[in-house]
Design a protein around this ligand. Structure first.
Ligand code: 13P
Ligand code: SF4
Length: 450
């Protein structure tokens, strides 16, 4: 039943049955073990990743779901899903556990899942097996009567939380003081805000209200082109690496990409640096992708001559530069599917996806660049127990009436402007005549190193 379950790998390693290591032996326990403890992102996240106050906390998962075996949970999910039929649609991100994704109606990267949200307007409930910002996006793009459910409210994203509305507004006010608010002779405003999909709905609303847009890792170049047509420069948050890697590939020199650290005056940059800026990069990063190093690539090349190294653009620039290619999770999946049998891949992204691709493609050799098994500790929170819990509640379990648990609803004050920024992204096309103009909006983009 459970193909390539990362749980199984972690258990084998932590009991000494399989070689390797895990970033934390705590991962061998159910997520409910650490959801109820000290507020934090959980084992495997960076020690510096502080959970903001006010983040949703998950209540106790009923015991019957915590103690059920994997097979029992699988059967309960199947049965509840069969009872609910078309009333429910389950969406799953590539980084989810395989035993959860087996039940998903759509599996994809964050852009594809945003589109999938719109594809079943008839479903009463959208169960989102991903993280909080993805469920917020699903709520924004779905119909008003559709309920979006996040099975475990503790499934946040530490990177998304590195930019909050107060610090971004403060930054914006400082930039307005520096650059003014007047458009130049060609009608381009001083700054266009661009937020990565991995951000709160409040930040998407900020972009919508200030002429800005959302991007994902699969369309960041198209979106930056859109922004450069309308603005003299871009404020890009929260992921410095996606911003830097994408802008660098588009020819923006590094010295024209100063960093904005919200804890420092003027973001830690000088007025001269900001005057010359083309892209201002927020000081955010992903703890999972920051684990990949150039040394790991050197080792992979030494041990596997001819290996194809593909990394996610959330990796640091030196890692992206040392790789053969980079692209979104969907780009990585498609590159492997298209390769001739017998290819060898070293992949720099989350372990659940890498292990699943390896299991699905026995004709290739596929391994993770990082030998330490360490899943995204927030995606990991969506355990089958939580999925069974929310589905059985929708059915009405143990004589209880049907109930919608863990509904994610973006406040009306943010929803309108956040939708504006999302719809701009969904409509964005590469400019006419640009090399990628044949690609549909959001078609996976990537870079290939010579
Ligand atoms: P994708 O847009 O490639 O799915 O990435 C989302 C994410 O959170 C990567 O860490
Ligand atoms: Fe966030 Fe990183 Fe997890 Fe993606 S992999 S959801 S960016 S913490």
């Amino acid at each position: 039943m459970t193909i390539a379950s990362v749980d199984r790998t972690i258990r084998l390693i932590s009991t000494g049955t399989a070689p390797g290591s895990t970033c934390s032996p705590q991962l061998a326990a159910g997520p409910w073990e650490f959801d109820s403890g000290t507020p934090g992102y959980g084992p495997g996240s960076s020690m510096g990743d502080v959970l903001p106050t006010g983040s949703p906390r998950q209540g106790a998962l009923p015991e019957r779901y915590r103690t059920a075996s994997a097979d029992e949970l699988d059967a309960r999910i199947r049965s509840a899903k069969a009872t609910l039929g078309d009333r429910v649609v389950i969406l799953g991100h590539f980084y989810q556990r395989s035993e959860v994704l087996e039940h998903a109606d759509f599996v994809g990267d964050s852009f594809q899942l945003a589109q999938a949200t719109k594809s079943r307007p008839d479903a009463e409930a959208i169960v989102f097996c991903g993280v909080h910002f993805m469920a917020e996006t699903a709520d924004l793009l779905s119909g008003p009567d559709q309920a979006v459910i996040l099975p475990n409210l503790a499934a946040g994203c530490s990177m998304a939380d590195m930019a909050d509305i107060d610090s971004v507004t403060d930054c914006w006010e400082q930039l307005e003081e520096l650059y003014g608010t007047e458009a130049d002779a060609s009608g381009r405003v001083p700054v266009i805000p661009v937020t990565y999909m991995n951000s709160s709905a409040a930040l998407k609303a900020f972009c919508g209200a200030n002429g800005g847009i959302v991007c994902t890792s699969s369309n960041a170049e198209t979106v930056l082109k859109w922004a450069f047509e309308r603005g003299q420069r871009v404020l890009f948050f929260p992921d410095q690496h996606l911003g830097r890697n994408t802008a660098k590939a588009m020819g923006v020199p590094l010295e024209r990409m100063p960093m904005w650290n919200p804890r420092k005056p003027l973001g830690g940059s000088t007025e001269t640096e900001l005057d010359a800026a083309q892209v201002i990069l927020w000081h955010g990063f992903c703890s999972v992708h920051k684990r990949f190093t150039v040394d790991q690539i050197t080792t992979a090349r030494a041990e596997h001559p001819g290996v194809r190294v593909i990394v996610h653009p959330e990796c640091p620039m030196a890692v992206v530069d040392a790789a053969d290619e980079y692209g979104s999770t969907d780009y990585i999946k498609k590159a492997i599917e298209a390769a001739p049998a017998g290819s060898t891949f070293a992949i720099g992204t989350e372990i659940n996806l890498v292990q699943r691709l390896a299991a699905e493609h026995p004709e290739h050799t596929i391994f993770c660049l990082d030998p330490v098994v360490c899943p995204c500790s927030t995606m990991y929170r969506i355990h089958s127990g939580y999925l069974a819990w929310v589905l059985e509640a929708l059915v009405g379990d143990d004589g209880q009436p049907p109930a919608v648990l863990n509904r994610i609803e973006v406040p009306a004050t943010d929803a309108t402007n956040a939708r504006v920024a999302l719809e701009r992204m969904l409509a964005a096309r590469p400019p006419a005549g640009a090399p990628t103009s044949a690609a549909p909006a959001g078609a996976p983009e990537s870079g290939t190193r010579a």
